[in-house]
Design a protein around this ligand. Sequence first.
Ligand code: XMP
Length: 319
Amino acid sequence: TWTAGSYIENEIAKIRSTVGDAQVICGLSGGVDSSVAASLVHRAIGEQLTCIFVDTGLLRAGERESVERTFRAHMGIKLEVVDASDLFLDRLAGVEDPEAKRKIIGHTFIDVFEDASARLGGDAQFLVQGTLYPDVIESLSVKGPSATIKTHHNVGGLKEDMKFALIEPLRELFKDEVRQVGRELGLPEEMVGRHPFPGPGLAIRVLGAVDRRELEVLRQADTIYLEEIRSAGLYDDIWQAFAVLLPVRSVGVMGDERTYENVCALRAVTSRDGMTADWYPFPHDVLARISTRIINEVAGINRVCYDISSKPPATIEWE
Ligand code: XMP
């Protein structure tokens, strides 16, 4: 039978024999998968690992600070923080198609990693990715590329000519197994229990073309949404919750003024592995509080809708 302990031992042996005394970098997103992957590789090869956290400009509020705190302070892993938000946002300007956005983001990540690796001495040969089994399945459909559901950027969206070989120690695991591995490695519960967050970040939650103003509006709505979920004690009942900014404006009234602003959709689902999901039945008073706060506190949103679609036929993310 599968145990986290024996999985870790096996992977450590594999990683050591693959890597030898080469240098390795790991893109850290602050999410569960990359944190567990980094921590596993760190256990295997220690100082040969450097983690790189990229500020893409597509992060939730406070992500960068919280990752720096956790990794530098608690885990003693070498961490480089790179602010590449201008690069990401410039390349994304005007791009509407979800898969085109994913591809640009995947390629830009690799450009930033190559650049950082050159600056750090230039000899990293391996890149660690927190790819899971469901990412592989959903990106590389057995029916061929036309049946691909979404190209999760760390599977199908990498540059063909990149100079790194991949290390993907979680490639055979489902999320609940990754969490067990994380706990066994001693990661703090607030990290292991986090909701999944996609590599392309808020770029696939501002529907259509993405700009700084819209990202900031979404960030504020998302922060309120998660604050209210936490204070209602519901965070751990939910697989994933997030706000989506729709490229649709609707008419409202604020005081005695007419408003004409964007619609915000809220998504919350339960799931075991992300491959199927049900919408979460929030108590109505919680929904009411969230909606009132978002409309009153976030300039740019005057209407909130709750998404009651399951996967399939909808997907969890809107893009
Ligand atoms: P979907 O939207 O495909 O999402 O039902 C299933 C799970 O995958 C996450 N997701 C992504 N993760 N890169 C990622 O790293 C991506 O491009 C991507 N797209 C979706 C999504 O957040 C959910 O947990």
